[in-house]
Structure formats: C-alpha cells, structure tokens
Write a protein that binds this ligand. Structure first.
Ligand code: COA
Length: 259
C-alpha cells in the first residue's frame, strides 16, 4: 500500500487549493492518517494568502466510502481530539470557501462533510448514504441538526433511520448539492465555478461566508461535540461490533439478538 500521506493529495491550481482523497482500492475509505492529512491541508490553505478557495474531491466514480470500517475496529477514535473530530472541526470552521466535487459514492462522512461545504457539485454517478444506524452508530458532524434543518424532519429521519442510498436527483431536490454536471465535464465545470469564486473580492467572500454560518455556529459545535461522545459510546457496543464484523465478513448484519 502507498504511504498514507499520499492517499490524500494537495495541489494549488491558480488560487484553488485542491484536496484529493485517493484510495480507490478501498473506495477512498478514510483512515486516521488521512483525516490528519486533510486537516493539515485545510489548516495550511487557511493561512496561505495564495489560496482563495478550497476544493475537496475524490477519484473518478468515488468520492469516499466514509470512515474505514477496519480502522473503526482497530483504531477507534478515542476522544474529541481524534483525527476525525479534528477534521470535522476544521471543515466546519474554515473561513475560506470550501467546494466539494462529488462523483460516485459519498457514504457517511462523505455525505456529512458536504453539510459544511459552501458549494457542492456532483455528476450523475453520485450516490449519498448515511448508514450510521445500519452500523449501530449515531449521526456525526452535526448532521442530526443540519440535516433536518436542510431537508425537514421526515426526510431527515428517513435518510438517517433507514440509511438508504440517495441518487443524485434526490440529493439535488433535497438541496444537498447545488447542481450536477455530466461526469465527463465535472472537473472542468467545477474548476470554472471555483475560479469564478476565487476571482470574487476575498474579504467579502469570507465575510459573507461567516455571516451565513454564524447564526448556527454555536449549535453546530455543541451538537457535533454531543454526537461525537455518543458515537464513541455506540462504537464500543455489540451492535456496532456486529455491523463492522459483518462488513468484514461480507455478510448481512444480524441485530435480532439485541434489545
Ligand atoms: N472501510 C473499509 N473498506 C471499505 C469501505 C470502508 N468504509 N468501503 C469499501 N471498502 C472496501 C471493501 O472492503 C472492498 O475491499 P476488498 O476489495 O479488499 O474486499 C473495496 O473497498 C470495494 O468495496 P465493495 O464493498 O466491494 O464495493 P461495492 O461497490 O460493492 O459497495 C459501498 C460500495 C460503498 C456500498 C460499500 O463498499 C459499503 O457499504 N462500504 C461501507 C460504507 C460505510 O459503511 N462507511 C462507513 C460510514 S460511517
């Protein structure tokens, strides 16, 4: 396997700082080291005067399948300073605009991170899924607060309780993505949007972003902290162990024994 750091690439394209999730053999599942690399990338982009826009992308036909499930078993997050929670704080508190470009699966944190982005573009292959309950876990990234706010309570509970896959048309209708582009044009079209944003007056962009976010910033931080603690509790429970073992063993999880 390649060095962990290479699984997250960074590059500056004009004033757009691209953060690439590049682990296609595991559908870009995120390990602790990858979260650390993404956090460091966001932090460096925030203080680099050459950067006006941050863009997060995956590989062709895959954004990310979410947290690496073997990492959940072998290196579970240990507390609020764990790499995953540091990454979530970094993306939710970034002052520069963050654009996500989604192709293929965006599972778990692959979808919840989008709730913190300022613009989300996808192609027709994009699929979104929040399987926290399916895994015996609970929502993260303040999604229990942000998702019902965005899509309404019934749609949010459907997405979270059933953990079904949403296609891109549904995501568009729900307001999870701004617009879609054909897969062949996605990167060019998103780069065009990113360049358009990078050409806007930067202080005004940052101010407008902070005004858009500040009314909910306190709640987002509070909910994220609360969810994080509960998520860790759930991860240690036998339901989650069964779900994670079932994935590793390529079988359907069986929760019939739990009350
Ligand atoms: N963690 C670790 N490995 C993962 C992974 C994850 N989140 N998602 C996919 N992989 C691995 C698979 O184990 C498989 O590896 P292998 O070839 O060594 O067996 C490879 O990536 C391809 O995945 P596969 O399941 O065969 O692809 P698929 O197209 O049939 O299904 C998904 C795609 C995304 C629906 C499916 O991989 C999945 O459900 N992944 C788990 C998503 C998840 O629960 N994430 C955590 C959310 S909190």
């Amino acid at each position: 396997m390649a060095n962990e750091i290479e699984l997250v690439t960074t590059s500056l394209d004009r004033e757009v700082f691209k953060i690439g999730i590049q682990r296609p053999d595991k559908l870009n599942a995120l390990t602790l080291a990858m979260y650390d690399a993404m956090t460091a990338a966001i932090e460096s982009a925030e203080v680099d005067n050459q950067v006006r826009v941050i863009m997060i992308h995956g590989t062709e036909n895959c954004f990310t399948s979410g947290n690496d499930l073997s990492d959940f078993a072998e290196n579970p997050p240990a507390g609020e300073h764990s790499p995953v929670f540091r990454f979530l704080r970094a993306i939710s508190q970034a002052q520069k605009p963050v654009i996500a470009m989604v192709s293929g699966s965006a599972v778990g944190i692959g979808t919840t991170m989008l709730l913190h982005c300022d613009l989300v573009y996808a192609d027709e292959t994009a699929k979104f899924k929040l399987p926290f309950v399916n895994l015996g876990l609970c929502p993260e990234a303040a999604s229990s607060y942000l998702l019902p706010k965005l899509v309404g309570y019934l749609r949010a509970s459907e997405i979270l309780l059933l953990g079904e896959t949403l296609d891109v048309e549904t995501a568009l209708e729900l307001g999870l993505v701004n617009c879609t582009f054909p897969a062949a044009d996605l990167s060019g079209q998103v780069m065009q949007k990113a360049s358009q944003l990078a050409a806007q007056p930067p202080a005004s962009v940052r101010l407008t972003k902070s005004l858009l976010k500040e009314n909910q910033a306190r709640q987002v931080a509070e909910v994220m902290g609360k969810e994080g603690k509960l998520f860790l509790q759930q991860l240690a429970r036998p339901e989650a162990q069964e779900a994670i073992n079932a994935f590793a063993e390529k079988r359907k999880a069986d929760f019939s024994q739990f009350s």
